[in-house]
Write a protein that binds this ligand. Structure first.
Ligand code: SDX
Length: 396
């Protein structure tokens, strides 16, 4: 009761929804994609198998995988006009500003041929978006460094193709390295879906108006950019580099003191989660990937990895973090892995968006396929002025 309106507690229900895609147990630190533990999916499947699972609810058999890979592969190119959208940006524009624009621009090429209520149209939109995101992210990167775009090379794997488009030039071929491709592929898998997070809620709410899927995904890209969400991986690496510049491990205590001072506004980036009040299982897998990549590259003791592990140890033993159930999340180690692979910090969140596109699309399609769905319309609990009359100017 707010004096003006009585509100129906059910109005909260519009902010949540039911889904059969991803299950999270925040207390146990458990994450399942369509019932399969993330630890098994991330180590026994590749990203396109994971996409098939998230979209269709089952892991593909040999033939289903072959057909799906071929479908995605044949949609990796983008309309040549897309390059002219890039030219409107400064070269130093943040890749997430560019990606918000490019993904939204995709709708200009397809919106008039898509009825989101048509299941076949939803399927082909999903394929197009999954296929084209790596091409767009690589184009954003090449534009930022003043290099020519590299066309997709469809003889390569999905992730190998992405790394080819990122690192090859017309003068030099990029031969995808299995260890680094596997690490990149695992980063995609670990970021593929995560239940009703902020950007997925944005995509669902935006798509519930019946807009085209490309526009809805562009809204998700914009939301993901925030440092409290997908922007945390970039912010986390910048935080580690800041502590390193302050003096490294010896300065952890000083930094943690600042974090505990509420007035500082400083957060331990890569720590904490709205749902996990235990270890984020993705952080464990990301740390393992980190060790594999650095070990393969012969990096004996990467100062940032040493620092991250020392910081994690301090935080896990500090009452402030323990009492608030703050543990490393997916973003804590992902930046170190991406940096080792050669991905620039500014591109980390764009890569998160590339990976999360399949989750956004699957969640959007699941909502639209429900005959009962309606346009999202969460209510507000009104706390403003009660009804009153306008006074003539002389009396105000
Ligand atoms: C992602 O939702 C998803 O699923 C998101 C995601 C996905 O896959 O889509 O998992 C991806 O976004 C991971 C989160 C990435 N963000 C960061 O790493 C940024 C740093 N983390 C925080 O900003 C924070 O932890 C949030 C935003 C993630 C959660 O914030 P909450 O909801 O406030 O966390 P909480 O309720 O558990 O906080 C309890 C206390 C509060 O202090 P008190 O009021 O009790 O004194 O812990 C504090 C918070 O201020 N706190 C932190 C902290 N996170 C929470 N203090 C210092 N450093 C932190 N990182």
């Amino acid at each position: 009761q707010t004096g003006m309106f009585t509100y129906d507690p059910g109005f909260l229900s519009t902010a949540a929804c039911q889904s059969s895609i991803t299950y999270i147990d925040g207390d146990k630190g458990e994450l399942l994609y369509r019932g399969y533990p993330i630890e098994q999916v991330a180590t026994q499947c590749d990203f396109l198998e994971t996409c098939y699972l998230i979209l269709n609810g089952e892991l593909p058999n040999e033939q289903q995988k072959e057909d799906f890979v071929s479908l995605v592969t044949n949609h990796t190119m983008v309309n040549e006009q897309m390059q002219f959208f890039l030219r409107g940006f400064r070269r130093d524009a943040h890749p997430m500003a560019v990606m918000t624009g490019l993904v939204g621009a995709l709708s200009a090429f397809y919106h008039d041929s898509i009825d989101i209520n048509n299941a076949r149209h939803r399927e082909i939109s999903a394929i197009r978006l999954i296929a084209k995101m790596p091409t767009l992210v690589a184009m954003a990167y090449k534009y930022s460094i003043g290099q020519l775009y590299m066309y997709p090379k469809n003889s390569l794997s999905y992730t190998g193709n992405f790394m080819h488009m990122m690192f090859a030039t017309p003068c030099e071929e990029y031969v995808p390295n299995d260890v680094l491709v596997r690490a990149m592929d695992r980063i995609f898998i670990l970021h593929a879906d995560h239940e009703q997070n902020a950007s997925t809620s944005t995509v669902r709410l935006c798509g519930s108006s019946g807009t085209n899927p490309f526009a809805a995904i562009a809204a998700g890209v914009a939301c993901l950019w925030g440092p409290a969400h997908g922007g945390a991986n970039e912010a986390c690496l910048n935080m580690l580099e800041e502590i390193q510049a302050m003096g490294g491990v010896a300065k952890i205590g000083e930094f943690v003191t600042k974090v505990k001072d509420k007035n500082s506004g400083v957060k331990l980036m890569g720590f904490g989660h709205r749902v996990y009040k235990n270890y984020d299982p993705r952080a464990t897998l990301m740390q393992e990937t980190c060790r594999e990549v650095l070990g393969y590259l012969g990096v004996k003791n990467d100062p940032l990895l040493e620092l991250a592990m020392a910081l994690e140890k301090v935080a896990l033993e500090d009452e402030y973090f323990v009492s608030r159930k703050l543990y490393p999340n997916v973003d804590f180690y992902s930046g170190i892995v991406q940096r080792a692979i050669g991905i620039p910090v500014s591109l980390f969140t764009a890569i998160f968006a590339l990976a999360r596109t399949v989750g956004w699309i699957a969640q959007l399609n699941e909502m639209i396929a429900d005959p009962e769905y309606k346009i999202g319309r969460p209510r507000q609990l009104f706390t403003g002025a009660i009804r009153r009359e306008v006074k003539p100017m002389a009396m105000r």
